[in-house]
Each structure stands twice: as C-alpha cells, then as structure tokens.
Design a protein around this ligand. Structure first.
Ligand SMILES: Cc1ncc(C[n+]2csc(CCOP(=O)(O)OP(=O)(O)O)c2C)c(N)n1
Ligand SMILES: [Mg+2]
Length: 759
C-alpha cells in the first residue's frame, strides 16, 4: 500500500467515542487518507480543465465520480506486487497506489520527464513500471486480454521459478548489467538474448487488476477475456465502473437487459460483487473479498461498481445535449467526494477545521506540482525514433550471424538427410524450448491433445497443429508450455502480449493468415507500440507464427491470402518471410531470441516442398534480420522477391539463362521489415534493370515500397522501367484454373524478366 501517513496537524477529532473503531477494516487515519486521495483526484481534474482552457495542456479526461471505487481498489491491492491495467478514469486508483500529482501534470503538458510516456500519450493513459502499472492505451478494452496474459505469466513463474532467472552468458559483464536493471547499450552491442534485459518479478499470491467502463463490456475482447479467466481460474479482478453512459450511449442500449452483472453471472469460477462504487467503504470491502478470493487461488473476481460521471465524457463532450438536468442532479446527490466528506464529519473523524486544512494542503501541493510541470521541458524532436525497437538487442547485428553446424552423418556414411521447412521449424522450436524455459507455445490446435490422459495412456498419438508443426512438443515439454487456446485470435495475441510484458516468450500460432484480422487491434495498437508509447518502460517481444499464402490448389479465398504489406506498414513489428528450410530455422531462432515482436510468416505451400530442403543446422543457427540471400547470381536483371515466388522466379531465371543466356540476379529478401536495401542497391547498380515480384495482389502491395525507393534513390542507375509481377487485384479462387490465372506463375515471371533484359 502507498503511504498512509496522516499529517499530525490534521484535526482528527480528539476524544471521540468512536476512536479506535474500524470501518470495514480501515482505521480512521486510513479513511482520512482515502479522502485525501479522492479529493486530490477531483482537484487534479479541475486544475487540468482549467489548464486545458488556458491551452497549457492539450487534452483532459476526468476520473470524476469514479474516485471512491478507484481509491478503495488501490487501498486493497499492493503496488509493485500486484499488477494493474487501469483505464482512463482510474486517477484515484493511481494516486492511491503511489503515482504523484506532479507525474499526472507532466502527462498533461507532454513533458520529456512524463514517467508514463515521455510526452507520447494523452494524459490519463497510466504507466509506472515500478508500481506494476502497465502502459495503457486508448482502444476501449484492449487492456483486458493483456491482463489475462499477465496473470498467466505470474502463475507460470510461480510454478517454474527457474524460468525467471537470468541465463548464464559468455559475457558476465552483460549479465551483471542486466541484473542491475537493464542498461542502455549501443545497438551494436553483441547481445543476442532478450532475457538479459527482462527483469522478471512475481509473487506467490499476486493478483491482476483490470478496469473498464460498462460500455466497453460490449467489446468482443471483454468476453474473450472473461472466458479465458474462468477457464484458467486466473487471479484477475475485473472492475467494471458503470457510470451508465458510454459517451452519449446509455447502458440499456449498450448491454442487453441493462445490467452487465446479470449477463456475466453464468461464468464459472468467478466471485461476483455488485456495489455502489460511490461508497468508499462498500467498495473497499468488496475489493477485500475479491482480492482474497483471487489470492487464495479460487479464480477471478468481478466487481461491478455503479458510479457517476459528473464532468461529461471528456472536455470535448457536453452531456447536457443528451442528459436532462433532473438526471444529472440525481447523480450529483451521490457524488463520492461529497459523500466521503459528509461521512468523515458525521462519524466525527474529521471536523470542519480538519477538512478545511486537508483541502488547503492538497491545493498547495497541486499548485506546486502545476508550477513545476509548466516549467518542465518538452521531449526533443530528435527522440521520435527512440524505442520503436529494442535499444538493447539488435537482431540485425553480428550476434545473430552464426554458421550452420553439420548434422551428424548417419552411420552408413551417407550424407545427413535433407529436411523440409516444416521439419526444421519444429526442430528449432524444440531446441529453443529446451534452451529457454520462458518459451511457451499456444494457439488453436497446437497441442498434441488437451485431454492429457489420452496421451499418457498412449491412446492417441497427438495432433500438434493443423500443419503438425508443433507435434510432439506438448508431450515433451508439458501441457503448461504447449497448450490449446479457445478459438479467439485477439485473445491469442492479447494474452501473449501480457505474458511477454512479464518476461515470458510466447511463440503463438495464428492458424491461417486469413484469420489474423480479429487480432489486428492487438497487433497494430498494442503489441507493436507498447515499447514506444511507454518510453521503454514496457516491452512485449512476442513471436506470432502464421501460416500464409496460396498455390494450394483448392485453398480458395479464405486459406490463401497474403497481405504482408499491411504488417510491414506497422512500425515496431518485425516481419519475416522465409522461402526455404534453412532460412526458416535461422530466422525463427533470431525471432525467438530477439527483443522485439515478430510476425513470422510461414508459407503453407513451402512447408513440405522439395525445394529448399536442408539438414538441421544445429541448435544455435541464426540469421540476422534484414539480410537478403542471393539465390541465383547474375549481372543482367535484378529480381527482388520472397516467399513462394522464390522457387517460381528461380525456375524462370534458369529457363531464361538456358534459352537466352540472360543472367538474373535473384534476391530473396527473407526478412521484410527490416529489409536489405544494401543488397538491392548493389544489384541494381550492377544490372540496371529490376523486377519486383510478390504473391500478394499488385496494387498497394509490398513491392510498391521497394519500387518507390528504387525510383527515388537509384534512378540514375536504371536503364529500364521498374517492373512488378504480382497477383491480380482480386481474391484467390477455389477452381485451380482461376487460381493459376490470379497468382503469379513462373511464365509470368519469365516473360517479365525477358522483356526487361531486352528493353
Ligand atoms: C475501440 C474503441 N472504440 C471507440 C473508442 C472511442 N471511445 C472512447 S471512450 C468511449 C466510451 C467508453 O464508455 P465506457 O466503457 O462506458 O467508459 P466511460 O468513459 O463511461 O467510463 C468511446 C466510444 C475507443 N477509444 N476505442
Ligand atoms: Mg460508462
């Protein structure tokens, strides 16, 4: 609990008959402290509103009306021990667990020293690593699934404490530095393991707090999170702060029947509370019960707190447009700050003088805080690229450039067997799981069998993914490290994000690229941006493996999509797309050991192709990101491609050389973000002709960026127009005749290369 000291000068009424009385376990001093937090919270809102009107801050979001439930939760939980995913109305909670008013004003002015984000996020988007307040964002509800992952990680480390340890390293200096709190190292530092920079902490009976408005309970992610919490019996307290409105939409239009408590009452394993959240004592005792239930391991808790919203939705909203005076006056009668003040007076805990004095002290504290914050320096414009990626581990560096180790030759003297891309992905996952106990794998169907007794009794062999790439891993490493998730893609990515924030390394699977879209909010607005928006306070280096692409004969629209450029357009996310077994092994290992979120795209058609098979390159084989592979060297035409177009382009290039003596310089990018610009520039300088080829539909595709950059920077090297070969601007059809006509074929590539060579 944060400081509960009460100023001895305050007029705690002496000699009262009720002295020593406890109120739901709270002493009179603590009640005064609670009132101080509530009053401070309200007055910060008032000051911010003034500052906004004076154009000294740029946005305001109030916690008014929500102070009692927030402060009560803060007093019942433990900062730096429990974990917090508070939404924007949780100013009272944040004060009660230790955030300072000055920190809040720094958010408002967008100061460089704003501890939540360094001026990158709006105020009331809380973050405080030392208090375990995890960086919050603006999408309503995206915090909830992450809170689930956070609680799962806590339980994982409790059961497997060794996983939390910093690994031995060849560089003791690095290990010590990391133990002493992740230093800033230059990006050229040879660090090659994210664990050196992830300080894992966990507690045996920790709980995770997550809050939301009643409107937000309409989001699908809320229901996915409720389901996951109930399934896992996780120690998560959901706090729904129900002020009756989501901006202008009243609760009866938002929630069927008008009561979220009624709707969720069927979830098993939950402890439920429905309370008047403007009453600090009722709120505190509900939170005490909820926390105890969670700490004892019975499961999650749901606290539905009815509150009020006296200051409209935000400063941009005027609630008088949709709420009549009478309704607003009814709310005002329940104002938690006034109620608490009346309670203190009525109980004789503070007299009028005491109240006045407390309020004067708060005003003075806020004045000082505002004055200081208004003097604070803004962030430097040069800092904008800082923390898009990890400052500690550079996956393009030499630390990730290792040589394959020849597999042991079979006893009969034959060469080691060539393996498929699928084989090597499985082998890499297996070795990384062995090496790093923080690696967990989950997704749809990835387990061998969720009913483990079937495996134990050897009644079944196990599935291990629809493409069987995780086959055998549950059997070998256990059901807590490889497990099936519900069919819910946002939950897969959101939970993984929460886990990775705590230091786990989730390697999750999205079964088909075509079904990644429910997870888009988590990927675009959370996973990729958490490090940047928290000014490096938090990070979440998740690996998302995704089966992608067509050329399947029968895959049709919903099992053949590409769309990688939508993801390479996201700063903060690494995107990898190997074309052969060896690259898949090397790049997957780099993805797992690096410190950034990675989208690892696996082409389904290449999983078991004869093209690009290789022996297993050993348990430490890595390829740095952003290094292309020259698949076929040549001096006449540059072809830039990746994925399943690589073998098709190779076929075309070989034919062109055979038939016309034209030598194609064929570049397989392998990694799409970052990509190997140097390899492209060197090749174009040599050939002066360039074709960019990709499987996705032509317009606005990945190749467009490459073409634009070549036109921009290599214009004087070109002897011919830049050409593209890609899929038609339609969808991938089921009938193979249509599929062939839609996707780029070797002959399309051949003709384009030939035309360029002849230009
Ligand atoms: C996904 C998403 N959709 C819409 C918005 C815009 N928006 C911000 S707050 C809000 C209403 C939230 O209402 P509620 O959950 O009841 O919380 P309250 O503000 O009432 O406390 C909306 C629609 C958003 N931030 N995120
Ligand atoms: Mg609301």
């Amino acid at each position: 609990m944060a400081t509960t000291k009460t100023d001895p000068k305050l007029g705690l009424t002496p000699g009262s008959a009720k002295k020593g009385k406890l109120y739901e376990g709270l002493t009179r001093e603590l009640l005064v402290q609670a009132y101080r937090y509530m009053y401070t919270s309200r007055r910060i809102d008032d000051r911010e509103i003034l500052l906004k009107r004076q154009q000294k801050i740029y946005f305001q979001m109030s916690g008014a009306g929500h102070e009692a439930i927030g402060v009560a939760a803060g007093l019942a939980l433990k900062p730096g021990y429990d974990w917090f995913y508070p939404y924007y109305r949780d100013r009272g909670l944040c004060l009660a667990i230790g955030m300072k008013p000055y920190d809040m004003f720094l958010q408002g002015v967008g100061a460089a020293d704003d501890p939540s984000s360094g001026g990158r996020q709006m105020p009331s988007h809380w973050s405080a690593p030392e208090l375990n307040i995890v960086t919050q964002s603006s999408p309503t509800g995206s915090q909830i699934l992450q809170a689930i992952g956070c609680a799962e990680a806590g339980r994982y480390f409790r059961r497997r404490p060794k996983a939390a340890e910093v690994p031995e390293s060849t560089s003791p200096l690095l290990v010590n530095a990391a133990r002493n709190g992740a230093p800033e190292l230059s990006s050229s530092h040879p660090a090659g393991d994210y664990r050196l920079f992830k300080n894992v902490t966990f507690q045996g009976d920790e709980v995770t707090y997550v809050s939301l408005g009643e409107g937000t309970s309409s989001e699908g992610e809320f229901w996915e999170a409720m389901n996951a919490a109930a399934l896992g019996k996780l120690p998560v307290i959901f706090c729904v702060q129900d002020n009756g409105y989501a901006i202008s939409v009243p609760v009866e239009v938002q929630t069927a029947g008008g009561s979220i408590s009624r709707l969720v009452s069927g979830f098993p394993n939950f402890h439920f509370e429905e309370i008047d959240g403007t009453d600090p004592l009722a709120s505190y005792s509900a939170f005490q019960r909820a926390a105890q239930y969670c700490r004892e391991g019975h499961g999650p808790a749901f606290v539905h707190a009815h509150v009020i919203r006296p200051y409209s939705h935000s400063l941009s909203d005027d609630e008088r447009l949709y709420r009549p005076d009478a309704e607003r006056e009814r709310d005002a009668a329940r104002d938690p700050v006034t109620r608490s003040q009346m309670f203190l007076l009525r109980e004789g805990i503070l007299d009028e003088k005491g109240i006045n004095q407390l309020e004067k002290e708060v005003e003075a504290e806020l004045q000082t805080a505002v004055d200081r914050a208004l003097e604070a320096l803004p962030p430097a414009p040069e800092s904008i690229m800082k923390f898009v990626y990890s400052p500690d581990v550079d996956p393009t560096s030499a630390a990730f450039d290792t040589q394959p180790v020849a597999a042991e030759a079979p006893a009969d003297g034959k060469k080691p067997a060539n393996k498929t891309m699928a084989d090597l992905i499985t082998a890499t996952l297996r070795d990384e799981m062995k090496r790093d106990e923080r690696v967990v794998i989950f997704g749809e169907d990835v387990a061998d069998a969720s009913r483990e007794e079937y495996l134990k009794r050897k009644l079944v062999k196990g599935k291990g993914g629809v493409f069987k790439l995780t086959f055998g891993l549950q059997n070998e490493f256990g059901g807590d490290r490889v497990f099936n998730s519900p069919l819910a893609e946002a939950a897969i990515v959101g939970r993984a994000t929460g886990m990775a924030t705590r230091g786990l390394k989730p390697v999750v699977e999205i079964q088909f690229f075509d079904y990644i879209w429910p997870a888009m909010m988590q990927i675009r607005d959370e996973l990729s941006v958490i490090r940047w928006r928290s000014n490096n306070g938090f990070s979440c280096p998740v690996v998302i493996r995704v089966a992608i692409g067509g050329y399947l004969t029968g895959g049709a629209i919903y099992h053949s999509q590409c769309g990688e450029s939508i993801f390479t357009h996201i700063p903060g996310l690494r995107v990898v797309f190997p074309s052969n077994a060896l690259d898949a092994a090397g790049l997957l290992r780099t993805s797992i050991r690096c410190d950034d979120p990675v989208l690892f795209l696996e082409h389904k058609r290449l999983y078991r192709e004869t093209f690009g098979r290789a022996p297993y390159p050993g348990p430490d084989y890595m390829i740095p990101f952003g290094k292309a592979n020259i698949v076929h060297p040549g001096s006449d035409v540059t072809v830039i491609t990746y994925g399943a177009v690589v073998p098709r382009a190779l076929q075309a290039a070989q034919k062109l050389e055979r038939e016309q003596g034209v030598k194609v310089d064929l570049i397989d990018l392998r990694c799409l973000n970052p990509f190997d610009w140097d390899a492209i520039a060197a090749s174009v300088a040599k050939t002066n002709r360039v074709l960019v080829a990709y499987e996705d539909s032509l317009s606005w595709g990945y190749g467009a960026e490459i073409c634009a950059r070549i036109a921009d920077e290599l214009f004087d090297k070109l002897d011919a127009p830049i050409r593209r070969v890609a899929a038609k601007d339609t969808f991938v059809a089921y009938q193979p005749i249509l599929e062939d006509a839609i996707l780029p074929q070797p002959n399309d590539l051949f003709l384009a290369m030939k035309e360029l060579a002849e230009y």
